[in-house]
Design a protein around this ligand. Structure first.
Ligand code: SF4
Length: 327
């Protein structure tokens, strides 16, 4: 057993946090001691979260037609992808039907995700009504991912019954400008702070496999720690034809597990959500995310790519002795 990893795990298990120097040395050790890292990540996960796994699914509210330039995204009009250039608004009926499906399948949380920098006034008003209706008719939790919003808009969403707001940092502040130029890293941080001020839960994480370095991954984790984020979606690039990242190298399954485990050591009490790119990149190793430290999954289809059937993920949880609960 690797002595340093064991020592650091024991600091965490009694409620401590690793500092940057410790995290950097852990990163070096974990290159050779992958299984030790996973062993202790699993112990840390069980200590703070037991066998509970938070499950959610997403439904688009608006697809495509986005004037922003996130280099990984099929919905940007700047890139020649298979997604329609004209934005498509998903009807109220379709969104409510997705909420009903989630409730019927035992998925306790649904997220509405819009393309675009921010919703129009009309779209915002529509979403306020939809959030209130989902809460009253289906009794499941609601999350929204609507881009850059003001503190006032966050208050309105909270009043409508929204439980959580999703807004990712995507990567480190240093690398951010290589991935997005149409809005700033600070815009993202401010949106996260506005959601927190409105007492919304915040789901904030990022994307891996976009050319970032190991130090970028740690920087993002430290930024999330500073923002006191308690739900961290971890996405793994699914390269989309036509985007600047179309030819990116695949991120191997063991590397994904190592990133998750490192995040478990850096953010021991935050939920880590395995989100976009899980199914594609992990192949046969889906269930290994739990020993690596994951405590939440996004199930069903993603926005523009297919995921796994909800029943398949629910069976995986059952087989692992884990229990799906609400956010
Ligand atoms: S703002 Fe959202 S929809 Fe627009 S390009 Fe970026 S990730 Fe895609």
């Amino acid at each position: 057993m690797n002595i340093l990893i064991t020592e650091y795990a024991n600091i965490i298990l009694v409620g401590g946090l690793l500092d940057r120097a410790q995290i950097d040395s852990l990163s070096v050790e974990s290159e050779d001691a992958f299984w030790d890292l996973l062993y202790w990540s699993n112990v840390i996960r069980e200590k703070f979260f037991g066998n509970k796994i938070r499950v959610c699914s997403i439904v688009p509210g608006r697809l495509g037609g986005c004037d922003q330039d996130c280099a990984f995204c099929s919905q940007s009009i700047k890139y020649d992808t298979a997604t329609e250039k004209k934005a498509q608004t998903i009807s109220d009926e379709q969104i409510l039907s997705a909420a009903a499906d989630a409730a019927n399948n035992g998925v306790p949380f649904i997220g509405i995700v819009n393309s675009g920098r921010a919703p129009s006034t009309n779209e915002f008003a529509r979403l306020e009504k939809l959030i209130a209706k989902i809460k009253s008719d289906y009794g499941i939790g609601v999350c929204a991912s609507l881009g850059i919003l003001t503190a006032e808009q966050m208050q309105k969403l909270a009043a409508a019954g929204l439980d959580r707001y999703n807004h990712n940092l995507e990567t480190s502040e240093r690398y951010y400008g290589k991935i997005v130029t149409t809005h700033k890293y600070a815009d993202r941080v401010n949106t996260v702070k506005a959601a927190k001020q409105a007492d919304l839960g915040v789901c904030c994480g990022g994307l891996f496999g976009i050319g970032e370095t190991h130090a970028d991954r740690i920087d993002m984790a430290m930024a999330l720690r500073e923002l006191e984020i308690d739900m961290v979606p971890m996405n793994f690039l699914h390269p989309i034809e036509g985007t600047p990242l179309a030819d990116s190298e695949e991120i191997p399954p063991k590397e994904i597990l190592r990133i998750i485990a490192l995040y478990r050591f850096i953010l021991p009490k935050a939920h880590l959500k395995a989100a976009g790119g899980r199914v594609l990149n992990l192949r046969d190793m889906q269930s290994w995310i739990f020993p690596a430290g994951v405590t939440s999954i996004l199930t069903g289809n993603y926005l523009t790519t297919a995921g796994r059937a909800v029943q398949e993920d629910m069976q995986m949880l059952k087989d692992m002795g884990l229990e799906a609960i609400s956010n």
